[in-house]
Design a binder for this molecule. Structure first.
Ligand code: PGA
Length: 251
């Protein structure tokens, strides 16, 4: 894992947006894996600005989002699809036919998960996967537990994940769906390049465990240690528990 530490989340998001724009220049047909959550909001704002300035061209790119709530009408507020429309999709020149999302209101959930895996394969696999991390160490909605699922699957969300998503539902955790669909850890690890982003003091402990701890299903992000091309982008607060950073500040 390579680690880059930035003074704050603005500097981090600018750098990551430039990395995405450069990747699109190098490969205009890039297949991007995209996250939702508070962390990527600034990234999407930066990408919107780069696209408006003619410096990020999504015209031939393909996207796959990591996860979606179960049982939600995709056009309604509160879905991750709607989040992406609001923060990125409606501001850049992505072709709607190449935007891929899990449909949380599909009648046959097993078939929907299989469809998503097949669509990723048909697109040639994910070239650049961007990830956030939950404060419990989840990536996508791969929640900590005794086992992990390899491929796209149905998930029961943990209480801390439900609380963390309340802001999408006017702050009302009771309205957050109890279940979701998510790419699995193998789906994520099959991406050719992965960039994981974490900001804020609240992520410092899970970031330390992800980088310095053992591989464990109780911290799903730790499985990124087995991937050969992972860049971890942190602000100083999220990096503050790392051994190397602690030694530097003590010495
Ligand atoms: P957050 O979520 O960016 O809102 O902290 C990250 C995640 O759960 O992946």
């Amino acid at each position: 894992m390579r680690i880059s530490i930035f003074p704050d989340e603005c500097a981090l998001s600018r750098d990551l947006a430039n990395l995405v724009a450069r990747s699109l220049t190098d490969d205009p047909t890039l297949v991007l894996g995209l996250p939702t959550g508070r962390t990527p909001v600034l990234l999407y704002r930066e990408l919107t600005q780069l696209a408006a300035a003619g410096r990020a061209d999504f015209g031939r790119a393909t996207t796959f989002n990591l996860d979606e709530f179960l049982g939600q009408d995709p056009s309604k507020p509160g879905t991750y699809r709607e989040f992406m429309e609001q923060h990125l999709f409606r501001h850049v020149n992505l072709d709607p036919r190449r935007i891929h999302f899990l449909n949380g209101s599909a009648a046959d959930i097993e078939a929907e998960c299989a469809r998503y895996e097949a669509a990723i394969r048909a697109a040639g696999g994910i070239g650049l996967q961007i990830l956030g991390i939950g404060s419990n160490g989840h990536v996508g909605f791969n929640e900590p537990g005794p086992t992990l699922e390899a491929h796209t699957h149905r998930v029961v969300l943990r209480p801390e994940t439900i609380r963390a998503n309340a802001s999408l539902f006017d702050g009302d955790a009771d309205r957050v769906p109890a279940e979701a669909l998510s790419m699995g850890m193998a789906t994520i690890l099959q991406a050719r390049r992965i960039v994981l982003v974490a900001t804020g003091r609240g992520k410092a402990d899970c970031v330390r465990q992800m980088i310095e701890g053992p591989l464990t299903t109780t911290l799903p992000a730790s499985f990124l240690q087995v991937h050969r091309d992972v860049l971890v982008m942190l602000d100083e607060a999220a990096a503050s528990e790392l051994r190397s950073v602690r030694l530097r500040s003590e010495g």
